[in-house]
Design a protein around this ligand. Structure first.
Ligand code: PMV
Length: 325
């Protein structure tokens, strides 16, 4: 094996994934549609390591325990493909707060899949790499590609039809996501735990899954037609249904902070005032606002003034995961 470095950007789901149809292969209960961003991401280097165990250093700190085991199991899959037993030193730098609900696992596993395949000289196309990245984290499958991406739920038990690919977008749609940071620190309930709890205990989980395909189709059509109003409405609907299913879990689970709700209220107010702006949020307190590129500065300035907002960044469509060296 050789030393290889890759970079992957985070992505934010417009139509969400929440729930698993099979845990062992990390197969989602729903498809999803996302935007890979041009900021926030992970740079990862995989290098040969002269030891019995893999090593994992994240943002300059040695990682042990469950998180290192997760990286090691992921490397086992690449080693199996390569027919190698070589141990690795993995060094990652996150340009996004870790586990804070800003999709750090999406960029992390897309970067790890891309770097590890290059390091072990495993010849896989983007579709196979997205299937591999999905094993680390469902959302990571989407970060293998740039721009707007669909992750197919698939039907097969082996997960070979559960892959991500780019989707068609009308050239007239020049969109931005305004990322509004609403808290610092790690979230209390990770996405896998949150999904499992919802799936196990929420009476609304089955409705979430039953109505999901229609949202995915509506959003895909809206992207192709260049229809921001339909895309935005569908995105808000998907977000609220996902969070409603979690709220109805036992014990109820929510990721909203007071400032999260204040930002969502302000997005609704903007919308009522004629600015086409739409919110989404994931398994964390932050809000992301979808709007036209020409409205992004004023949307960002307006939400930055809300008490409790910690930072606002404007992101556009970003590139696919790539090998740097
Ligand atoms: O793939 P994970 O474990 O990072 O889960 C992602 C879950 C959400 O961010 C809430 C939704 C999504 O589709 O990204």
């Amino acid at each position: 094996m050789r030393r290889a470095t890759a970079y992957a950007h985070t992505n934010i789901a417009l139509v969400k994934y929440w729930g698993k149809r099979a845990v062992a292969l990390n197969l989602p209960a729903t498809g999803s549609l996302s935007l890979t961003l041009d900021r926030f991401g992970t740079e990862t280097t995989v290098a040969p390591h002269d030891d019995d165990d893999d090593r994992f250093v994240l943002d300059g700190e040695e990682v042990t325990g469950k998180e290192r085991a997760r990286v090691s199991s992921f490397l086992d899959m690449v080693r199996a493909l390569a027919g190698s037993r070589a141990r690795c030193a993995v060094t990652s730098r996150n340009d996004v707060p870790t586990a804070a609900g800003l999709a750090s696992s999406a960029s992390a596993f897309a970067a790890l899949a891309t770097a590890a395949c290059a390091a072990f000289d495993v010849d896989v196309d983007a579709r196979a790499r997205s299937i591999l990245a999905r094993r680390g984290s469902g959302s990571a499958a989407r970060s293998v590609h740039g721009g707007f991406v669909i992750l197919h739920k698939g039907a097969r038990d082996d997960g070979e039809d559960c892959f991500a690919e780019p989707v068609a977008v009308a050239p007239s749609l020049d969109l931005r996501l305004v990322v509004v940071r609403c808290a610092t620190g790690r979230k209390k309930t990770g996405s896998t735990d949150g999904m499992t709890l919802t799936e196990r205990t929420s009476p609304y989980f089955s409705s979430w899954v039953a109505t999901h395909d229609a949202d995915l189709q509506a959003a895909t059509r809206a992207l192709a037609d260049g229809d921001l109003a339909s895309l935005g409405r569908t995105m808000e609907r998907s977000t609220l249904k996902m969070h409603a299913s979690a709220l109805a879990a036992d014990p109820g689970l929510w990721y909203f902070m007071p400032v999260t709700v204040a930002v969502m209220n302000d997005v609704r107010a903007m919308h009522d005032e004629g600015v086409p702006a739409y919110f989404t949020m994931d398994a964390g307190p932050h809000v992301k606002i979808l709007c036209k590129s020409t409205d992004a500065d004023r949307v960002a300035a307006r939400v930055a003034a809300i008490a409790g907002v910690l930072g606002v960044e404007i992101a556009g469509p970003g590139p696919a995961a790539r090998v740097l060296a």
